[in-house]
Design a protein around this ligand. Structure first.
Ligand code: BJW
Length: 246
């Protein structure tokens, strides 16, 4: 089935110099990584975010949290970027400024070849000291979780609920959002703040806002264009249409 992409959107993209993109778990779904909020297959359908993705949950049961992240890290290591990730890496080449802001922690954008990736929620491949908050690259895995030299527990370098986002990443995301002509929101339910605010800020700043998602979200009624489909299908089609006119 061909994907209907309005000609007006292609023309606005072709004329744009600055593009910002926000991605969420949905873009990695076609690589085999579960999303969070899918009613059947999402992580939060099977696990309690309060126990696994908050500092309080980690304090209560650090071993459970460490092992959950170890399992997810192993799964991510066994998958590959999909056609959606690849198309975004291709799109990056076409614009003077292209900022890819992701809520994902899986490095699949970087593995697909994207260069300007801003990670809002950290990266599962890194660990940091839970007391000093510094990234630790070497540690002895003699207990679970392992400990930092300072004696505190190590934890994944990701952003849990109630924690601040990395300030530099958020500032870069906001800057790209405020100054883009086209903003693409891809594979995110637009429920988690402050990431969910970015497309709304882009709208207020006058950008054309586009959503790519098989389901409607909190953003859908605000977006100028909603492309209802899987990112792995819609993004390659968008790239091909753009290539055909340029
Ligand atoms: C496809 C597809 C395909 C499927 N193609 N699409 C303002 C209002 C209300 C609450 C707050 C607020 N400000 C802050 C808060 C609190 C909180 C929050 O937002 N809570 C909401 C749930 C209400 N935010 C925070 O705590 C943040 N910190 C913060 O704000 O600090 C300041 C502060 C501190 C204290 C008090 C107040 C302020 C931190 C948020 C951290 C989120 N962390 C997680 C875990 C990361 C580590 C890990 O992976 O384990 O990040 S939670 C989880 O949700 C993960 C994701 O990045 C994030 C977003 O999820 P995403 O990517 O949108 O996934 P899904 O599953 O929701 O959606 C997938 C979509 O894909 C769906 O729509 C599908 O349809 C679609 N899809 N297949 C395209 N093939």
């Amino acid at each position: 089935m061909s994907i209907a992409i309005p000609q007006e959107l292609i023309e606005r993209l072709a004329a744009a110099r600055r593009v910002a993109v926000l991605t969420g778990a949905g873009i990695s779904a076609e690589s085999g990584i579960p999303t969070f909020r899918d009613a059947l297959t999402g992580l939060w359908a099977r696990y309690d975010p309060q126990e696994l993705a908050t500092p309080e949950g980690f304090a209560r049961n650090p071993k459970l949290v460490w092992e959950w992240y170890a399992e997810r890290r192993a799964r991510i290591a066994g998958v590959a970027p999909n056609a959606g990730h690849m198309a975004l890496a291709g799109l990056e080449q076409r614009f003077e400024q292209f900022t890819l802001v992701t809520q994902n922690i899986d490095s699949l954008h970087q593995r697909a070849g994207s260069r300007e990736v801003v990670e809002l929620h950290g990266n599962i491949a890194r660990v940091k000291c839970s007391a000093e908050q510094t990234v630790v690259s070497e540690y002895a895995a003699t207990e679970t979780p392992p400990r930092c030299r300072c004696g505190a527990l190590l934890r994944p370098d990701v952003v849990w609920f109630g924690e601040m986002l990395p300030a530099a990443a958020l500032a870069r995301a906001e800057e790209a959002t405020e100054h883009c002509e086209v903003f693409l929101s891809i594979g995110t339910s637009a429920q988690v703040y402050p990431a969910a605010e970015l497309p709304l800020r882009a709208l207020s700043a006058g950008a054309t806002v586009v959503e790519i998602n098989p389901e409607r979200t909190a953003l859908s009624r605000h977006a100028h264009f909603v492309l209802p489909g899987a990112a792995g299908k819609v993004l390659p089609a968008l790239l091909a249409r753009l290539a055909a006119i340029a």
